[in-house]
Design a binder for this molecule. Sequence first.
Ligand code: IYR
Length: 331
Amino acid sequence: MDAYDLITRNVSEVVTEEEVRALAESPDGKRAYVGYEPSGVLHIGHMLTANKLIELQEAGFDVVVLLADVHAYLNGKGTFEEIRETATRMQEQFVAYGLEESQTEFVLGSQFQLDEEYVLDLHALELETSLSRASRAMAEIAGDGAATVAQAVYPLMQALDIVYLDVDLAIGGMEQRKVHMLARDTLPSIEADSPTCLHTPLIADLTTGVGKMSSSEGLSISMEDSESEVEEKVNKAYCPPTADPDPTDEGEERENPVLQIFEYHVFPRFGEVVVERPEQYGGDLAYETYGALEADLESGELHPADAKGALATYLNDLIEPGREKIRQRRG
Ligand code: IYR
């Protein structure tokens, strides 16, 4: 796989293709980053952008993980002390999950976001941005309810982080795209370059296939789940024999979350998949590509229950080393 294909594998959007192609020509030493509001438990949504960071490390990028403590505070996630403590735990979990510690720079937002120069640049961006644009950018990050002034400042700080962390590539889930578009439009006003961005897909809600999986609502799989919890959750997942299910009666779009997790988590990290089946049901099935597995589910060759059994096994393999490290550190 060439560098461009590795960089863009499984992404929903690149902004812009031309800019990413230019980065792919000499990725060595280029800097890519993702920012996360600290939360104690690494869940499958974090793991999706982390998979991309691992691939970017393979492609030669230096990776920066921003533990966005000030952002979490502005988004109402708790007191500063609580958020700081969770940031430390989150960093440990990322390393346990597989981010190479020696190749990853972890930065706490408050280390640079309170500097005078940063704050003055922030005010310059505030002058350039309407409240309605800022709150639209936050719609998918802030959740429901009336936006606060803090939530309007948030996306401008996220834009500025790209400049202050001196990164060449900003990564985020699709819910971050409007913040990144705002950054592309407003950063030139402070004589900074428009950032190049990659957006990863969102995994649908596990039990309904509607909307996006969230750790605060519905079922989410996390690094702290036990093996049996992972099995139970995957068992409850929505998995019709197609990658393109019909909308709900209310007209809401549905996805197949089991297939999405195979595509975005299992194949990128394991390369191939073996679905174990007793001889009487046809014996094991081996897949070298995601497409082959999807085709078998659609044709009926692979039963959803067998697909779920295999998915739980692979997910458990993926999070087991991290679980073990978390256990050890807690003593
Ligand atoms: N908005 C992110 C957190 C975040 C991301 C970046 I990239 C930043 O520079 C700052 C914050 C979230 O929703 O978790």
